[in-house]
Design a protein around this ligand. Structure first.
Ligand code: PLP
Length: 431
């Protein structure tokens, strides 16, 4: 391997050029630091610094004794969504139940369309006042309202404004698949903060902040995949920790919001300097709507607008009109209440069926997924379930650092008879 250079920067650039020229490929190991330093006649620290920069830029990663390895830039992580044409019963997709999604065609036709031109206000004023009333009790300071193309888009844009490649970000582990993917794509370093039945663990968040986390992404309700929600006590304890770090950007991803069976408990301290509360409409109106509402402090909002507004990138008023019509319509509000109760019922049916077979789930879960903790053997259990017709996800996909042993089962559409069969099959496999 013909790596050249006398400075860290030259070595770094040389490796990049070799990747572009396909002289180095994904999976190739770079020479050990000591060996390359001798070959180039430079100090070991020079090579170590070049390798560190390759890692923080996302070009390479380190893997214990295997050393520094070139990363595959095209290797995407797992995504939410249905497995196309699978013969299995798909309990892995994380989707809402289409039966509970409002008729957006009707919502679209409910009001006359007014053309809006370049330069028009980017947020529909009526939708903005609706969001303001909804978010106000949950925001720590005066706030601004913006719309993005879904929660993941909001999180990505907010992080892109504040952080640089290699910066650490505290996120829950196990973690929502899209958050793992977006951090990887943005070349940010995920610091996994374990969750328990009440949400992020306080000492672990403290440790991540002590390690220099510049942002925190936190799910207050219906954590994906475990289903846990913050208790009031836990939210207050986390808030006290965050109050000691007012300059860390805190992004609260309340994705299940109006559908949640739990109250919202805020972790945002009064002195929060950079914060955003993100509420997606994906679960309420369907993931295809691609709209989320974002409340944030004034400077985050100003930056977010620069990323959204310059001429081309606002959320279409066509979509905004649909959202406004759908969320203010009394029939849809009744539908929402039905959906909330039905999601609870289906999840409880599976919980009860599993418990009857002696299998315990994560307690008091919420959301579209049920988490069955499994300290070991979750991958094998998922494979064995696939052999008898069930598609579920095992913990590997959601893990950051330590393995997240468990099975994530999407319960949004599960029927009582399926609950009984699935529980019996899983019990047989575990026995
Ligand atoms: C934790 C979490 N955040 C956000 C979302 C929704 O993201 P988006 O609004 O981009 O569709 C989901 C969907 O499953 C989720 O589980």
């Amino acid at each position: 391997m013909n790596i050249q250079g006398k400075t860290a920067s030259e070595i770094f650039e040389c490796v990049r050029s070799m990747i572009q020229a396909r002289q180095l490929r994904a999976g190739d190991s770079l020479p050990p630091v000591r060996e390359l330093a001798v070959a180039l006649g430079v100090n070991r620290n020079t090579v170590a610094s070049a390798y560190r920069r390759l890692v923080t830029s996302g070009i390479a990663f380190t893997q214990g004794r295997l050393g520094t390895i070139i990363r595959d830039p095209w290797r995407g992580g797992e995504q939410e969504g249905a497995a196309a044409e699978t013969p299995l019963v798909d309990l892995a997709d994380g989707n809402p139940n289409p039966a509970w999604l409002p008729d957006l065609g009707a919502a679209l036709g409910a009001r006359p369309y007014q053309p809006r031109l370049y330069g028009a206000p980017t947020v529909n004023p009526t939708l903005e006042s609706h969001v303001r009333r909804w978010f106000a009790p949950d925001c720590p300071t005066p706030f601004e309202v913006d719309l993005t193309h879904g929660a993941v888009d909001a999180i990505e844009r907010l992080l892109a404004l504040e952080l640089m490649a290699g910066d650490p970000v505290a996120v829950e582990t196990p973690c929502f698949l899209s958050s793992i993917n977006l951090l990887r794509n943005a070349r940010l370093r995920a610091l996994g903060v374990p969750v328990d039945g009440e949400g992020m663990q306080v000492e672990a968040l403290e440790a991540a902040l002590a390690q220099g986390a510049r942002a925190v992404i936190l799910t207050p309700r219906a954590h994906n995949p475990t289903g846990c929600s913050l208790s009031g006590k836990r939210a207050r304890a986390l808030s006290r920790v965050l109050a000691r770090h007012p300059n860390v950007l805190v992004i609260v991803d309340d994705h299940f919001s109006l559908l949640s069976k739990h109250d919202y408990h805020s972790v945002l301290p009064r002195n929060a300097g950079r914060w955003a509360l993100v509420r997606s409409f994906s679960k309420l109106l369907g993931p295809d709507i691609r709209v989320a509402a974002v409340a944030s402090d004034a400077s985050s909002a100003r930056q977010l607008r620069q990323r959204l507004a310059p001429g081309t990138n606002w959320v279409s008023h066509l979509l905004q009109d649909v959202v406004e019509a759908a969320v203010t319509d009394p029939d849809n509000i009744r539908l929402l209440e039905g959906a909330r109760a039905d999601y609870v019922r289906r999840r409880q049916a599976l919980e009860a069926a599993l418990l009857a077979e002696g299998i315990a789930c994560a307690g008091d879960g919420d959301g579209l997924n049920l988490w069955v903790p499994m300290p070991a053997g979750d991958r094998e259990a998922a494979q064995a379930l696939a052999r008898v017709g069930w598609l579920v996800r095992h913990g590997d996909a959601f893990a950051l650092g330590a393995p997240a042993g468990g099975l994530r089962i999407t319960t949004a559409r599960i029927e009582p008879e399926q609950c009984r069969r699935l529980a019996a099959d899983l019990a047989r496999i575990l026995a």
